[in-house]
Write a new protein. Structure first.
Length: 301
């Protein structure tokens, strides 16, 4: 049994992951055995007030999770750590506190609230040789991966998803990350530049991968569906394959990836790829402001 410390209580993920680890009433097809949330560190952020935190604490305690306000207590008797904080502005600070503990870390989306913080997280990872990965749940939906697996060469992809309303920071970074990481799952790393525009209801970003390869990300306010289409070669024929994501098992499927990583497996997503996703969203914001294509920066830049 892998004992897990949950850092943060301002996100529903702090409930949904422990639910699948140990809630007595969790449906068998949603359960991920072999993990147990033992502690949770609570603190307020702009994403959750005291009343909401209190309600979540009661839920976790009913499942045997010890909730504390002391970091030392939260991480004292755990095998692995899940940073579950909605507000990306807090990610660097809390990663600093756990990076040197010698325990594997899952850093829930987004990587950070800014490129500077994202670079600092990667530098800390290298300095302490921390086993860490960061990502969101939607890119692991089986419909996307089934569609992707059919191609011998992918030339173009168009993905769409939701744009939530963040109470702090950039809503595109907070919630658009799901959709940008869908594109990355399909196209792989290597985005060179983006050109973007914003309307009343949507943000549209076009990523140039070079050599005629292109990706389109469409995030929409008030629409909570995810999907897209992939264009490329299937047995030397140019084909287009659409897909729509079923999110029924998104937490279970992501938690399975996290468990395998905690057990010593490879990170499902390289941290430099995760940084590229953050950089694509940052470049999208800059392109909206300038009306021009913007280069996608990399961690060393």
């Amino acid at each position: 049994m892998i004992k897990v410390a949950i850092i943060g209580l301002d996100t529903s993920h702090s409930i949904e992951f422990p639910r699948r680890m140990q809630a007595p009433d969790c449906p068998p097809d949603q359960r991920v055995p072999g993990l147990r949330a033992v502690t949770c560190l609570r603190f307020e952020t702009p994403f959750q007030n005291k009343k909401g935190l209190d309600e979540r604490q009661v839920q976790l305690e009913s499942w045997g999770v010890r909730v504390t306000t002391r970091l030392e207590e939260a991480v004292a008797d755990c095998d692995a750590i899940m940073l579950e904080i909605n507000d990306g502005a807090y990610h660097l600070d809390y990663f600093k506190k756990v990076a040197a503990l010698g325990k594997p870390v899952f850093l829930d989306k987004p990587l950070a609230g800014s490129l500077e913080d994202g670079r600092a997280i990667i530098q800390l990872m290298r300095k302490h040789n921390t086993r860490v990965w960061s990502g969101s749940s939607i890119p692991f939906c089986p419909e996307l991966n089934d569609a992707r697996s059919r191609f011998t060469e992918i030339k173009r992809a168009h993905v769409f998803g939701a744009l939530g309303n963040a109470p702090a920071g950039d809503s595109l970074v907070w919630y658009g990350v799901h959709t940008f990481e869908m594109l990355q799952r399909i196209m792989g790393p290597g985005a060179m530049a983006v050109r973007a525009l914003e309307t009343e209801n949507s943000i549209l970003s076009v990523a140039d991968y070079g050599a005629g390869r292109e990706g389109i990300v469409e995030v929409n306010r008030g629409m909570w569906m995810y999907g897209g289409r992939i264009q490329g070669l299937i047995k030397n024929d140019l084909k287009v394959v659409p897909f729509a994501c079923d999110t029924t098992y998104m937490y279970r499927d992501l938690l399975r990836q996290i468990k395998a990583f905690f057990e010593g497996g490879a990170m499902p997503v390289d941290m430099h790829t995760t940084f590229e996703g953050l950089a694509m969203m940052t470049a999208t914001r800059q392109s909206i402001e300038t009306g021009k294509p913007v280069k996608v920066p990399h961690p060393a830049e």
